[in-house]
Design a protein around this ligand. Structure first.
Ligand code: NDP
Length: 278
């Protein structure tokens, strides 16, 4: 029987644990505050920002919303981030991406204090991750490690293949798997004989951004398959980078879309916010 990894339940468990921890922190007078900055009204960003605010409310974290118009100058955003850096009542700063084209997202991320970088995107956070030092972890890859651990899937010694090398998923995923003592391969659009590479994987992470590209011909029998992708199919239903119906026949465990990796990202964001107070 293929194990369907239940990200919805695991993320709920994590949020409940964090809620209890936050309640204990409150008893000692510690309040946690997340500043959520949004530029413009991109519909997808609005949904993500709302979900983050809801999760904050559930866990007991205060969220402060800062909304700038689509036409705001980059300088205006940088000044706001600097102010939030200095504000001792603000523990975490999140700037919702993507930003409008006239803004340099890298510059904005670098302006966030590494001590408040709850998305884990700042170069200092990335450096700490690769050096094995304590710091904020990129939320989606950190969520995948939790999914594996809480589903009883061991990582040490396993061959892990990640398809995708983005700064927010593929690369930090590799660092985290390495930290868990896996043997890690990163594949990308220049990888030759991709199927030969992916078929070596005990654990395959699909973060390729191509709708249902990974079918059963990419995996070996009994592999664990984690689907990071997020797309809409022709019926407008959510689906992933993996062809779930085909792959589930061959995999030993698999994450569905929706209800797999997606809910974990917000749960790990909440964990990073609580980390600021630990
Ligand atoms: P990017 O587009 O930034 O990166 C995609 C990566 O896949 C690149 O490294 C690219 O290679 C590689 N790639 C593209 N085509 C191929 C191919 N044919 N063969 C091999 N490699 C290929 O995507 P993200 O990492 O930002 O996101 C990946 C997916 O995850 C998306 O569907 C996104 O929506 C989803 N996502 C979901 C999240 C969640 O919370 N569930 C969070 C973040 C992302 P190259 O570098 O050579 O171009």
């Amino acid at each position: 029987m293929t194990q369907i990894i239940d990200g919805k339940k695991i993320s709920q468990d994590i949020k409940d644990e964090l809620k209890a921890e936050v309640a204990e922190l409150k008893k000692t007078g510690r309040e946690i505050c997340l500043a959520v900055v949004q530029v413009g009204k991109d519909p997808a960003s609005c949904v993500y920002v709302n979900n983050k605010k809801k999760a904050c409310a559930y866990v007991g974290i205060r969220s402060e919303a800062y909304e700038l118009p689509e036409t705001a100058a980059e300088e205006e955003l940088l000044v706001l981030v600097e102010q939030l850096n200095k504000d001792s009542a603000v523990n975490g700063i999140l700037v919702q991406l993507p930003l409008p084209a006239h803004m340099d997202a890298d510059k904005v991320i670098r302006t966030i204090s590494p001590d408040k970088d709850v998305d884990g995107f700042h170069p200092v956070s990335v450096g700490r991750l690769w050096l094995g030092e304590k710091g904020f972890l990129s939320c989606t890859p950190a969520g995948i490690i939790e999914l594996l651990k809480r589903s009883g899937i061991s990582i040490a010694g396993k061959r892990c293949v990640i398809v995708g090398r983005s700064n927010i998923v593929g690369k930090p995923m590799a660092a985290l798997l390495l930290r868990e003592n896996a043997t890690v391969t990163i594949a990308h659009s220049h990888t030759r004989d991709l199927k030969e590479v992916t078929k070596c994987a005990d654990i395959l992470i699909a973060a390729v951004g191509r709708r249902q590209m990974i079918d059963d011909s990419y995996i070996k029998d009994g592999a664990v398959v984690i689907d990071v992708g997020m797309h809409r199919n022709d019926q407008n239903k959510l689906c992933g980078d993996v062809d779930f119906d085909k792959v589930k026949e061959k995999a030993s465990a698999i994450t569905p879309v929706p209800g797999g990796v997606g809910p974990m990202t917000i749960a790990m964001l909440m964990n990073n916010c609580v980390e600021t107070a630990r």
